[in-house]
Design a protein around this ligand. Structure first.
Ligand code: FAD
Ligand code: DHB
Length: 389
């Protein structure tokens, strides 16, 4: 078996892993990144779309925000639609900051391109890697390609390998988990259609939640709350468009998004998960490997970016000068932002979705909550501060 050495071995080429490898490189620290899937697959995986203010700044400062600033859509508000009426939350006026609508796969593309241009050691199509010896001074990562085993011995291993990777199980019994599973999923589509709106619309309707988003002036992104038992085959194109029109109703009349060819569709279950701590020995977890938020608050990718920003600094201090404080306090500092995002995502999810066991009382309280958010500057500001980040 070929054995190599590196200061930092990273698992996963999502936003977290690629950005960490890039930030370490900017600080003069080498790493090896191992990704299970091939580059085309990773770059084509459609997921998040909202980059919050702080996360956009991190990307910009790392020199990988140029295309995001050129092609991303700057939004200063969102609409909350309920009871047949739309209400704009003027986020930029309330906070002085804005969000950028820019697909996660574009960020992954920009980061991968930059890593490769900089000669970074990013290895795609390795199959699932395994993590060993995290409590020892010489943790390692192994993977096999074409029957050939590879072993990377590192000073530190960082699992940025998402919710189903090797990072979570490698935490073993040191991990305490906190979880909430919602009884519904989001059916998401991308369509070749000009968005009918300039800003995102979050709709609460008695038939369920719907979200109007976009990727460009000619590509629309739309989501529908569906029962978690539904399959993609249950939803024909016609049924999707008709349901969207009903859930976005205005003044009691169906309100149609501009239709177009649906060229991508997926189902994403909604859940909250936090594993504590985010470190075991020489293993650190970042991004979805450590936590999951339901997508309603648009926080998952942004948290992944914030985690690795903290971790890159802490690893750099430790490797350059032996200063341990940053790594020692990583879990506590990261978890503060994680729980804030868990709270906000739970709050948005419960305010906007339809729950099967909702009583008439629950429905009326939900409407009262929405009215208070759009009717009070203090509430709208609190939402905006959390959303814009
Ligand atoms: P991932 O992107 O999951 O990357 C993990 C990588 O590790 C993958 O490439 C995987 O192939 C690889 N891997 C897995 N196991 C192994 C292994 N054993 N060895 C090597 N590699 C491995 N977030 C937002 O901020 N804003 C939004 O608007 C938003 N909307 C969303 C909408 C939907 C429908 C969904 C599903 C998610 C959304 N999110 C959003 C969440 C966001 O997509 C995730 O939080 C984000 O992908 C986390 O990035 P990551 O790098 O931690 O993990
Ligand atoms: C998008 C995804 C989200 O989860 C969200 O809250 C807003 C927008 C999107 O994919 O555009």
């Amino acid at each position: 078996m070929a054995t190599e050495r590196t200061p930092v071995a990273i698992l996963g080429a999502g936003p977290a892993g690629l950005l960490l490898s890039h930030l370490l490189h900017l600080n003069g620290i080498e790493s090896i990144l191992v990704e299970a899937r091939d580059r085309e697959y990773v770059q084509a995986r459609v997921r998040a779309g909202v980059v919050e203010h702080g996360a956009a700044d991190i990307l910009r400062q790392a020199g990988v925000g140029e295309r995001m600033d050129r092609e991303g859509l700057r939004h200063g508000g969102i609409e909350l639609r309920f009871d047949g009426a739309g209400h704009r939350i003027a986020m930029s006026d309330l906070t002085g900051r804005h969000i950028t609508v820019y697909g996660q796969q574009e960020i992954v593309h920009d980061l991968a391109e930059r890593r490769i241009a900089d000669g970074g050691d990013v290895r795609f199509a390795c199959g699932p890697a395994a993590i060993h010896g995290v409590d020892s001074a010489e943790p390692s990562v192994t993977y096999a390609v074409d029957g050939v085993e590879h072993r990377i011995v590192a000073d530190f291993v960082v699992a940025c390998d998402g919710a189903h990777g090797a990072g979570r199980p490698a935490m073993g019994e040191s991990l305490t988990t906190f979880e909430k599973v919602y009884p519904f999923a989001w059916l998401g589509i991308l369509a070749h259609a000009a968005p009918r709106v300039d800003e995102l619309v979050y709709a609460n309707h008695e038939r369920g939640f719907a979200l109007y988003s976009m990727r460009s002036p000619s590509v629309t992104r739309l989501y529908l709350q569906v029962p978690s038992t539904d399959r993609l085959e249950d939803w024909s194109d016609e049924r999707i468009w008709d349901e969207l029109a009903v859930r976005f109703s205005l003044d009691g009349e169906p309100w149609e998004p501009t239709r177009g060819e649906i060229f991508e569709r997926s189902l994403a279950p909604l859940r909250s998960y936090v594993g504590e701590p985010m470190q075991r020995g020489r293993l650190f977890l970042a991004g979805d490997a450590a936590h999951t938020v339901p997508p309603t608050g648009a926080k998952g990718m942004n948290l992944a970016i914030r985690d690795v920003d903290l971790l890159a600094r802490a690893l750099t201090e430790q490797i350059r000068s032996g200063a341990e404080e940053g790594l020692r306090t990583y879990t506590d500092r990261a978890l503060r932002a994680v729980w804030r995002a868990e709270y906000f995502s739970w709050w948005m999810t419960t305010m906007l979705h339809r729950f099967d066991d909702d009583s008439g009382f629950d429905r009326r309280v939900q409407t009262a909550q929405l009215r208070s958010v759009v009717g009070s500057e203090a509430h709208a500001t609190a939402l905006s501060e959390n959303y814009v980040g």
